[in-house]
Design a protein around this ligand. Sequence first.
Ligand SMILES: [Zn+2]
Length: 387
Amino acid sequence: MNPERRRDKIDLTPEELVRYSRHLILPQVGETGQRMLKGSRALLVGAGGLGSPVALYLAAAGVGTIGLVDFDVVDLSNLQRQILHGSGAVGVSKLDSAIDRLGDINPNVHVEPYGTRLTSGNALEIARGYDLIVDGTDNFATRYLVNDTSVLLGIPNVYGSVFRFEGQASIFGAREGPCYRCLFREPPPPELVPNCAEGGVLGVVPGLVGTIQATEAIKVLLGVGETLVGRLLTIDAMTMAFRSIEIRRDPECPACGTREITELIDYDAFCNGAPHPTAPAAVVEIEPASLAQRLAGGEQLEIIDVREPYEWQIGHIPGARLVPLDRIPSEIARLDKSRETILYCKVGARSRFAAQQLADAGVSEVKNLAGGILRWIDEVDPSMTRY
Ligand SMILES: [Zn+2]
């Protein structure tokens, strides 16, 4: 983006001077900032739960061009959270519904619609020329596509995701910060994705997270404030706890570190309609209380935490060691296969997958901690931080 160049050419009409008066009296925005917003281009991927508040607030704020990527039709079950769309739009394409609503909120804003699924074949072409991308997607395939597009084009990716009562937000792909792959190198195997089959969400949670994304997008476009670059914000609506975790760039990251990823990759769109793959065969589980009892009895167990380093930093089970899921295959050779090994993650899905890999490799006694560290916190050590 080169707002310095753009803003000089852009004038605000008398109508806009009135419309944006609450911005214009803020020294951090002012007429200069408002012209910068008018000259800005934001690409929004997904006009759903997250995309709704983002689109509404970016339009209201006067972001001059809003690109919208969505191929879906408004469904009655969307209205519980997708506040961009109304009851009258059920059965209408989300793009048409969005164009109507955004045009009503602010006719000065130009909406560029892309009625297509984002793919490796079109993402770079669509995103090129935008100042930032806002990720409002609900599946891993598109999330990685958005991340890699942002890194390849060198434009920030304002990230958000929600699950049940929880949400996360950050800015990835900025010059000074990490990208999504720095945290999660590869998409999880399809059998580990509970979000689709069990994907309930409290309707207001995407509203909270999307509003944070809109705030961050506006800050980036204005170049003001401390953004979420280098931080992952986690939100728990049940406890109303907001936590901000420092995240760093991984020099080994294939996207923004080694730059091995030079073109986009289509992962299977296993969410959103694709059949849910069958889970791996059952792995023996151990209850948190039973593990705690055995540890208290002084048993020396091999406990492996398969989460990501930032999750480990939030808290871990005493005596455990960290082997993130993607390093499990290389760790297997080093394991004492006759020793009882217990794996855990956040809720038990990633560790179940790792436990299966260990069992397949001949580790004789593998157990998965039931319910992951979240149940451990609930039932054994409530002093630990939930996330
Ligand atoms: Zn990266």
